[in-house]
Design a protein around this ligand. Structure first.
Ligand SMILES: Cc1ncc(COP(=O)(O)O)c(C=O)c1O
Length: 340
C-alpha cells in the first residue's frame, strides 16, 4: 500500500531502529535519562530556547502549554480549524477550564490585524480575560499552509502590546521552515512556547517536544506528571526523535515537491472540482462526486487516501512514500475510471 492518509503513518527505518537499540537510558521522571535530556536540549537549542520537555504526543505538548499559559476562566484565541481546538478532545475545556475565541483564517492562516477585534477589554468583567494566542504552522486543515514572516512578526508585536502569550502548534514546523524565509531561531524569538512533533513527516514512531524558557518548562514538567505523561526509560523513543531531527529535516522538501506534482496531475482531470495548491506536504482537493468512491477506487490500486468530507480528500506526502511510489501515483491518476 502507498499510504497518503497522513504523515503520522511513517515507520522507523533500520538506521532509526539501530539508534533506538543503542540508546543509553535511565529514569526520566528522575531526570536521569541521558538520551531524553539530549533530545530536549537539542530541540530547545534549534529554536534558541532554554529548555525542552519530551512528551508522548503533540496533543500533550499543546495542552500542557495551554495549561501553563492560562488560568481558570481565561480565553484562548485560535483559528476555527486549529488542531488545539478541534482535534484534541476538547482538552482546552477539560484540562485548562478555559473558553476559546475562534477566528476565521485564510487556509488556516490568521492575520495580526484580527487580534484587536478578538481581544476582550480586561476591565469589563462580562468577558473572559484574553490570555493566549495559539497559531498553527503549517496549518494542517489549511492544506499545509505556511505563515508569512510579516504575520508572525505582527503577532509577536501585538501580543506583547496586549500582554498575551503566544504559543505555536508546530506539529509540522520543520515543513514550514524548509520553505519559509525565516529561521527556527527567529521563530524561537517570536513565540513564548513551541510544540514540535517528531512523529509526523520526520518519521519517529512517537513523541513531541515542547520548548520554552526554563521557568515555563519547569511548570510544564509538573503538568506532564499530573497528566500521566512522565515516562521512565523513554530514551529508546527519544533516540528515534533525535535521529529524526538530525537526519530527516532537509528531505521534507522532496515531499512538498512531489505533492505539488500530484496536484498538477489532478487539476485537469474531469472528475476533479478543485485542487488546493499544496505549500508543503498536505494536499486537499474536492471531487465532483462522493470522495469515498475515489478512495475505494484508489485502494483497488494499492493507494490509500483520506475522505475528510463528502467531496473532499486529503493526501499527505511523507518519507515512507518512495520516489517510485510518487511516480506510480502520478501515472495512475489520469487512467482511473471514476463514475460518480
Ligand atoms: C497540527 C497538529 N497539531 C497537533 C497534532 C497532535 O499530534 P499527536 O497526534 O501527536 O497528538 C496533530 C496531529 O496530527 C496536528 O496535525
Amino acid at each position: 500500500m502507498i499510504d497518503f492518509r497522513s504523515d503520522t503513518f511513517t515507520k522507523p527505518n533500520d538506521h532509526m531502529l539501530q539508534a533506538m537499540m543503542a540508546a543509553s537510558v535511565g529514569d526520566d521522571v528522575f531526570g536521569e535519562d541521558p538520551t531524553v535530556n539530549e533530545l530536549e536540549k537539542y530541540a530547545a537549542s534549534l529554536f534558541g530556547k532554554e529548555a525542552g520537555l519530551f512528551c508522548p504526543s503533540g496533543t500533550m505538548t499543546n495542552q500542557i502549554a495551554i495549561r501553563v499559559h492560562t488560568q481558570i476562566g481565561d480565553e484562548v484565541i485560535c483559528e476555527k480549524n486549529a488542531h488545539v481546538y478541534k482535534y484534541e478532545g476538547g482538552g482546552i475545556a477539560s484540562n485548562s477550564l478555559c473558553s476559546v475565541k475562534l477566528l476565521e483564517g485564510e487556509r488556516g492562516i490568521l492575520h495580526p490585524d484580527q487580534l484587536p477585534g478578538a481581544f476582550n477589554n480586561p476591565k469589563d468583567p462580562h468577558f473572559p480575560l484574553s490570555r493566549l494566542v495559539c497559531l498553527e504552522n503549517t496549518s494542517n486543515f489549511g492544506g499545509g499552509s505556511i505563515y508569512p514572516k510579516e504575520n508572525l512578526i505582527g503577532f509577536r508585536e501585538k501580543t506583547l502590546e496586549m500582554n498575551l502569550s503566544l504559543h505555536l502548534d508546530g506539529a509540522r514546523v520543520f515543513n514550514a521552515l524548509e520553505e519559509a524565509n525565516y529561521t527556527s531561531q527567529e521563530m524561537g524569538e517570536w513565540f513564548d512556547s513551541i510544540s514540535i512533533c517528531l512523529s509526523k513527516g520526520l518519521g519517529a514512531p512517537v513523541g513531541s517536544v515542547l520548548v520554552g524558557d526554563q521557568g515555563f518548562i519547569d511548570k510544564a514538567r509538573r503538568v506532564r506528571k499530573s497528566l500521566g505523561g512522565g515516562m521512565r526509560q523513554a530514551g529508546y523513543l527519544a533516540a528515534a526523535g533525535l535521529y529524526a531531527l538530525v537526519h530527516n529535516r532537509s528531505r521534507l522538501k522532496e515531499d512538498h515537491a512531489a505533492m505539488r506534482e500530484i496536484a498538477e496531475v489532478l487539476k485537469p482531470l474531469d472528475w476533479i472540482e478543485q485542487v488546493e495548491y499544496p505549500e508543503t506536504n498536505i494536499l486537499f482537493f474536492t471531487t465532483k462526486g462522493p470522495a469515498q468512491n475515489l478512495v475505494d477506487e484508489l485502494a483497488k490500486h494499492h493507494i490509500q487516501a483520506l475522505a475528510v468530507a463528502k467531496n473532499r480528500i486529503r493526501m499527505v506526502g511523507h518519507l515512507d512514500i518512495a520516489p517510485y511510489d510518487y511516480q506510480v501515483t502520478k501515472s495512475l491518476l489520469p487512467k482511473l475510471e471514476i463514475s460518480f
